[in-house]
Each structure stands twice: as C-alpha cells, then as structure tokens.
Design a protein. Structure first.
Length: 168
C-alpha cells in the first residue's frame, strides 16, 4: 500500500510556517510579490530556492517600455536533492538503490553526473513581453547559464540522443 505521509515528511513541509503575498497596482503596472516564511535550514523545502542576488542578471536586458517582466531564481541542485529525498521515501528500505539507478541512467544520457549538468546553469529563469498586444512572437525568455561551451556540448548530447529515439 502506497503511503503519502513518508513523502510529505521527506519534503519537510513542516518547515513552512506561513505564506504571504502582496499585490500593488501602479497605474498600468502591477507588482506581485510573495513570500514563504519558515525554518530555512538545509534539508527542507526551502532548498529549492536560491539564496538570490540583489538584482537578477536578466533585468539588465529589460527595456523601460516592457509590458511585463517575470524572474525566478531556483536552486537546481536543491530541487534535485529534494526530489531524490522524496523519491527515497517512496521506496522500501530494500529498494533504495532504485533512486541511484535513475541517477546512473541520467548520467549515461547526459554524459556527465546530474549535479555537474545542473552546475552549468545559474537557476535564473525570466521572461519579458514587449508587445502591448501580448504578441507571443515578441515574448523573450531568459535562461541563466554559467558555462556556455559546456552547456552547448550538453545540449548537443541530449538532443543527439533524443533524435536516436525518434524524438523531433
């Protein structure tokens, strides 16, 4: 029988104490801000967010007349560790190796360990819209990369292997 409680315990939802949000309307502009408060120690749900930086790198590319801008800073390694922790809780003690098997399979597909692949990225994801008509062709997406050449090599490896399996 599948037990949900061990999964929730592994996700450490008990570390979250409260959620809050704030919306400000400034003429044609709207500012949305949210916060999750709690015990942000390692090994909790808070691992999925990065420590942040004073200003997102993508903000430098946003023109003053942009219609919308959204940015998120994630800790990709923290997300990976949280998913692994929850996955381990899903398996009985005698099947804990299943999580490591998935790790090994991913490493074979990527050509490098998953933590190394995640380390190539900054964890920043952003988008901006410059068209008042919200034309999707004018939507711009940002994806933070630390090591350009290594990331390009990884993308080629992933797409090359995907093509071998009939993916387009």
């Amino acid at each position: 029988m599948f037990q949900v409680r061990p999964l929730l315990d592994a996700a450490r939802l008990d570390a979250v104490h409260s959620l809050s949000g704030h919306v400000t309307f400034e003429g044609a502009k709207t500012h949305v801000q949210a916060a999750i408060l709690g015990d942000a120690v390692p090994g909790t749900l808070f691992d999925i967010w990065s420590a942040g930086q004073p200003s997102p790198a993508s903000l430098a590319f946003v023109p003053a007349d942009a219609i919308s801008y959204t940015s998120a800073q994630l800790n990709l390694q923290g997300i990976y560790d949280t998913v692994k922790r929850v996955a381990r809780a899903a398996f009985p003690q005698t099947q804990q190796g299943n999580v490591d098997l998935v790790d090994t399979m991913a490493q074979q597909k990527l050509g490098m360990p998953v933590p190394d692949a995640l380390g190539l990225l900054t964890g920043e994801f952003a988008s901006m819209q410059t068209s008042p008509s919200m034309d999707s062709a004018k939507q711009v997406y940002f994806f933070g990369i630390r090591k350009k050449l290594e990331t390009l090599k990884l993308m080629r490896t992933v797409f090359k292997r995907a093509d071998h399996f009939g993916a387009k």
